[in-house]
Ligand binder design. Sequence first.
Ligand SMILES: [Zn+2]
Ligand SMILES: [Zn+2]
Length: 150
Amino acid sequence: MITTTRFFARELLKNGDKRARIWRERVMQTGSCECGAVRFRITGPMRAVIACHCTQCRKTSGHYWAATSVPRKALMITRADGLKWFCSSDHARRGFCAGCGASLFWEEDGSGQISIGAGTLDQKTGLRCEKHIFVADKGDYYDIPEHMSY
Ligand SMILES: [Zn+2]
Ligand SMILES: [Zn+2]
């Protein structure tokens, strides 16, 4: 899938326009919830995906939560109409859409980082799921490759 912005960047690049490289580096990813009432943009590199099997992630996602992470300042929320925050513990909050129920964000207080549900990203991510955490809490109806657990 190619976004309009990337398409124009490629066209500019063909024509030898220096702006193309800058555009490509700056516009990395967009994402949204299912209904579109929450939209965001990420600039800069994203961390590898980590899948969390803790009880909170299971309950909020309905399965397990697989997320990338970026510095908070690299995330721009471009539409927040549906965005609600839920304090899932005394040190972290989760951003979800009140319209469609999508789980989008997980933010630990004072960390300066924000986790973003990998499934909410619009473009190909180029990322890999690198590890699974809190596997002791995982559901009993699926398996995780041995070497990916910790
Ligand atoms: Zn929504
Ligand atoms: Zn978790």
